[in-house]
Design a protein around this ligand. Structure first.
Ligand code: 9MR
Length: 470
């Protein structure tokens, strides 16, 4: 499948052109906090291990969350949950499981993080060789579902296609499956509705359409499920962000998405903005298949990055949604891996979007060699970034060790609080020196490595901030 996708990607990239265009006017929307500040979230996925552990919990202990902050300065986690753990039997929700999830959310809260709950699935569910859906919603039609290598190839096993077709309603035997998914989400959202550490909900990891693919899938059953889930979640939780992912098999490789604009019922309240975000992943084909970031692989990967930017901006504009990249990563022991991480971070900075790196699980893809023992890639991942911006972000860049941020500061109605910038100790051992056109107060938190700037609003003035190491 990778080769087919690669061939498509090459064809498409030839057609769209590869030059990054900067964020320009495309992104007028940002994820915002309760003070109205724009958030650039930065974190890891935790964790792949939850897919297979007996209790559905990730490998982390509380000390690992503290170690993550001290090593990487992250402020966000994409936290994996599974439908099979939420609803092991039809209509029976496991609140003990959700209480364990809540406890771990508390560990992140203690470090000042925000948590995105990701209803994870790969290859539908365990009964057909994947993870996610419980056995009681898995109808393989008795067809073969044999685990393949690479694992993504399992997606095209006949029993897996059958299971997806039953879920999406392509076959009509089980119209209740989707309703049960929506009901399970409604239960989760009702459980976490008043939890302020929860940023929101990622409705489905890397959706796959079974025998319905491409625009027919994204504008059909996928959009239908998303809208139903959004409507149902809003009956119990009017405030948290709801994130939707495109079909992964195309967009992960920089191809277009056809996902339509979705409606957020919260906008019925006067003054309330939609809180629906777009959460694509990025896995250029050469990187996804374990290649290096060098030679032809690097050339093709760079073309994919440029196309990914163009396509993500188009889709986000159509959906009128801010972007949060839910997954990216690679085998960091491969040649050029550090350069790839550096290039993707530069792209994310240019686009001013947050991201979650895949993944925290100790090993070759991870910033951890073993729990508490950083790998080489940790140094590259520990980057400077504005965590919260009290105004409208215009432009951002970080070129070790100069951080530049342009914004129309405080001219948005109702935005309060400071602009908080994380400065990694490796690049800023003694903090940062500030240059800024305007009156401001600076506060340096040496233990958290956060510089907070409170700026006197100057209507009509665009503020330009430069921070260099002290
Ligand atoms: O890295 C994960 C690998 O160890 C698993 O075998 C595989 C199947 O569950 O999933 C991998 O993680 C993928 C994630 O679940 C979805 N996006 C792509 C990730 C990397 O392939």
């Amino acid at each position: 499948m990778n080769l087919v996708v690669l061939a498509c990607a090459i064809g498409l990239l030839g057609a769209v052109g590869a030059k990054p265009s900067g964020h320009g006017a495309w992104q007028e929307r940002f994820i915002t906090d309760s003070q109205g500040r724009a958030l650039i979230l930065y974190g890891l996925n935790t964790s792949s291990s939850s897919k297979y552990s007996a209790d559905g919990m990730p490998w982390i202990k509380q000390a690992d969350v503290a170690a993550e902050y001290n090593t990487l300065g992250t402020d966000f986690v994409r936290y994996l949950i599974q439908w099979s753990d939420v609803e092991p039997e039809p209509g029976v929700y496991d609140d003990h499981y959700l209480a364990e999830v809540r406890q771990r959310i508390g560990w992140y809260q203690a470090q000042g993080y925000q948590v995105l709950l990701d209803m994870h699935q790969d290859v539908y569910g365990a009964a057909v060789g994947g993870n996610g859906a419980p056995g009681w919603v898995t109808d393989s039609g008795g067809l073969a579902a044999t685990v393949q290598s690479p694992w993504e190839m399992t997606y095209v096993q006949p029993g897996v296609t059958h299971a997806y077709d039953e879920f999406w309603g392509t076959r009509t035997d089980h119209p209740e499956y989707q309703q049960q998914y929506v009901a399970a989400w409604t239960h989760v959202a009702s459980y976490f509705a008043r939890n302020n550490t929860v940023l929101g909900y990622d409705l489905m990891n890397e959706p796959w359409g079974g025998s319905v693919q491409g625009p027919a899938f994204e504008t059909g059953p996928l959009a239908h499920l998303y809208q139903n889930a959004i409507d149902a979640i809003r009956t119990v939780d009017p405030n948290h962000w709801i994130f939707v992912e495109p079909e992964a098999a195309t967009t992960n490789y920089g191809l277009p998405s056809a996902l339509p604009k979705l409606d957020d019922p919260r906008t019925a309240t006067p003054g309330a903005e939609a809180r629906i975000g777009y959460a694509p992943h990025l896995y250029p084909a050469p990187i996804d298949s374990g290649g290096t970031y060098s030679g032809t692989d690097q050339y093709l990967t760079d073309r994919t990055l440029a196309s990914w930017q163009t396509q993500v901006q188009r889709t986000a504009a159509r959906m009128d949604a801010p972007v949060l990249m839910g997954e990216w990563g690679l085998d960091a022991t491969q040649d050029g891996a550090h350069l790839y991480v550096d290039h993707v971070q530069t792209l994310l900075d240019t686009m001013m979007i947050g991201s979650a790196y895949w993944s925290s699980d100790p090993g070759s893809w991870s910033p951890w060699k073993a729990p508490g023992k950083p790998s080489d890639i940790a140094d590259v991942l520990a980057t400077a970034y504005p965590r919260a911006i009290a105004g409208q972000p215009v432009d951002f860049s970080y070129d070790k060790s100069t951080l530049e941020l342009t914004m129309d500061w405080n001219d948005k109605v109702g935005v309060t609080g400071s602009t908080d910038v994380y400065l990694p100790p490796g690049d800023f051992p003694d903090g940062g020196d500030v240059q800024l056109n305007g009156d401001y107060k600076a506060k340096w938190d040496a233990s958290r490595h956060i510089l907070s700037l409170t700026v006197k609003a100057t209507p009509g003035v665009t503020h330009h901030l430069v921070i260099t190491p002290t």
